[in-house]
Design a protein around this ligand. Structure first.
Ligand code: FPP
Length: 248
């Protein structure tokens, strides 16, 4: 059955003229992938980081404008210290590699989330990758790090309130667009498609504001097993949806 469900998706299943501009992914299922193999959870994250590399490269090749991934949430600090350290180490490794290749790929990198609790050298590396790539106009990869949708909204509310108190903003003139400018995603269009692998059917505090009209795609495939074909399958499903934005 699994064979039939996961038949190979091809480029021909996808309308290349109507690709989503922005795809976001909750990279879930690393722990279960490792458990099924009798491996430590960190092996699942290492495999998940490889999948991220493959999918980020593929998104760029397809010509997507934005890819946003949930790498570490505000709640993930509750995990054992060695698991947190292993995720941070994978990020560090990835960012060092990205610095080597981003000039060629023209990939722009950005981070959504409060980086201040991260180890100082990792914060510096994040800022360095943003700085190096800020002028690039290829695919923009946004990595959500110590990110939570509610945390983002509370920060926006505080920043807006401060602007009001200090005379730079007026509550009577607040619009949805203006509030969007207080978010980590400032300047980035909302995601068109949000993919969640691993069979979980939850939003998990991801892009709460930005997902207002996103199309969701859920699959049982665990993130380390997620392939380019799975990505195309998600894009093809997205293209079969009718987006009405509350209209008819
Ligand atoms: C969720 O799976 C995954 C994470 C909390 C970490 C994601 C991190 C990576 C893929 C590696 C580093 C990222 C980059 C961008 C290089 P889970 O552990 O909750 O899985 P489970 O639900 O099966 O336990």
């Amino acid at each position: 059955m699994a064979f039939f469900r996961r038949r190979k998706a091809k480029f021909s299943d996808v309308d290349m003229e109507h690709l989503p501009r922005h795809v976001a992914i909750i990279m879930d299922g690393n722990g279960r992938w490792a458990k099924r193999r009798g491996l430590p959870r960190k092996a699942g994250h290492a495999a998940g980081a490889e999948t991220f590399r493959t999918i980020a490269t593929f998104a760029k090749e397809l010509g997507l404008s934005y890819l946003t991934v949930y790498a570490f949430s505000t709640e993930n600090w509750r995990r054992p210290a060695d698991e947190v350290a292993s995720i941070m180490a994978l990020l560090e490794k990835y960012l060092h590699e990205a610095i080597q290749t981003m000039a060629k790929d023209k990939v722009k990198m950005a981070f959504f989330g409060d980086l201040s609790p991260l180890p100082p050298h990792l914060q510096a590396l994040c800022r360095e990758t943003e700085e190096i790539s800020k002028g690039y106009e290829g695919c923009q990869v946004n990595i959500c790090l110590n990110y939570g949708g509610r945390d983002e909204l509370v920060r926006a509310a505080k920043a807006f309130a401060l602007d009001c108190v200090e005379g730079r903003a007026d509550p009577g003139h607040l619009t949805q667009e203006a509030l969007g400018n207080y978010l980590f995603s400032k300047g980035v269009p909302d995601p068109d498609l949000i993919i969640r692998p691993s069979g979980e059917l939850r939003v998990s505090n991801f892009l709460l504001w930005q997902s207002a009209y996103a199309e969701y795609y859920f699959t049982d495939v665990l993130w380390p097993d997620f392939t380019k074909e799975d990505f195309l399958r998600a894009v093809s499903a997205y293209q079969g949806r009718s987006r009405r934005y509350g209209g008819v």
